[in-house]
Design a protein around this ligand. Sequence first.
Ligand SMILES: *Cc1c(COP(=O)(O)O)cnc(C)c1O
Length: 356
Amino acid sequence: MPPQVLAALSRQVISHRSQAFADLMESVRTRLCKVVGARELPVVLTSSGTGGLEACCANFTGPQGRVLLLTAGYYGDLFGRIAANHARSIDTLRAEPGSCIDVGRLETALQATQYDAVLVTHSESSTGVLNPLQAIAAAVRRYSSALLLVDGASSVAIADVAFDAWGLDVLVTGTQKGLMAPPGLSVVFMSGAARERLGQSRSPSHYFDLALALDRAKTHATAFTPAVNLVYGLDAALEILLGEGMAQVVRRHEAAASVCQRILQEAGLRLFARPECRAPGITSVCVPAGVLAENAQVFLEHEEGIPLSIGFDAWKSSVLRIGHMGWMAVDDVAAAARCIARLDWDAMKPVQAGAA
Ligand SMILES: *Cc1c(COP(=O)(O)O)cnc(C)c1O
C-alpha cells in the first residue's frame, strides 16, 4: 500500500456517529463516484468483496427472481453459488476457460427468457479474462428489463468502467485490489432502477440490507459500526488515484499487462487467456509441460521475492497468475515478468522418486 494510506490507517479512531466521520464518509463516497463514473453515491459496507456480492444477491435476486448467470471461471461460479441461496432459479451461460462471454449467445438467451437479474464478473481473476462489460450491458438494456449485477472486484480502478454511461445497475468491489487500500470494506453502487427494486421486497439479510444502508447513508452514516480506520485508508488511497486521474490509472494497468504479456510470450510461454479478452489487472500464463506451477511459485517467492498465484481447478498446477493491480509500477511488473521468463523450468519439475 502507498505510505500515505498506511499513515492514514494509524490515525486515532473517531466515533462513527460523529460529524467528523460523516464528513470522511461523504468524501469517500463522492470520490468513489468519480472512479466509476456514477452520479449516485454508493454504500460502503464493512466486509470483504464477497460480502458485497452477498448484499447484491440478497437484495436483488430473490426469492421470486429468475437469474441468468454469466460465468467464465471460479469467481463467476462463486457469484452464482451466492445467488443460489436467494434466487428462485438460475440459468447459466458459461464461457470456455480462458475465453470471455459471447455477447451473441447472451442476446439469444435474453430473447428467449425474461430474467429479473443478469449476473456477470467483469474481470475473471481465476483465468485472467476481461468480459466485454459494455457490450453485455448494451445487450441487457436492449433485450431485457433485468437488472445487471456486476462483480467489479478486480476491475474497478483497473479497467475502464463507466457505471452510468454503460447502464450498469449494481456494481460491487472490494477495497484491496484496484483501490489500493487494505482488505475489509466493500463498495456497492446502485442505479435508480436498482434503488426502485429495493423498495419492492424485504431483504432476508439484516447486516446486508441495502435499503437500510441507503437510508442511513442519507446522512453519510452507516447502519452498523464500520471499520473506521479502513475508511481513513480508503480516502487517502482515493486521493492518490484521482490525483493520477482514472484514465491514466487504466492506461498504467493496460501498459503493465501488455509488457508482461510480451515478455512472457517472447520467452516462448503460452498465455492462458485468449488475446481478445485479457484482463489488465492479472496475467495468467501456462508453465511448460511437465513443470509444476507450485514449484515455480515457491522459487519465485523465496528466491526472487516475487509473490504470485497458481491456477484454479484443473489448471491449478499448470498456470501461474501474476497480479498487476493497484499500487504498482509498470517497470516493476516488467522486471517480475523477466524473472519468470528466465526461470530454469527443468528445475521446476516434480522430483522423480529414486532420482540421484
Ligand atoms: C478478489 C475477488 C473477489 C473476492 O473478494 P474478497 O475480497 O476476497 O471477498 C470476488 N470477485 C473477484 C473477481 C475477485 O477478484
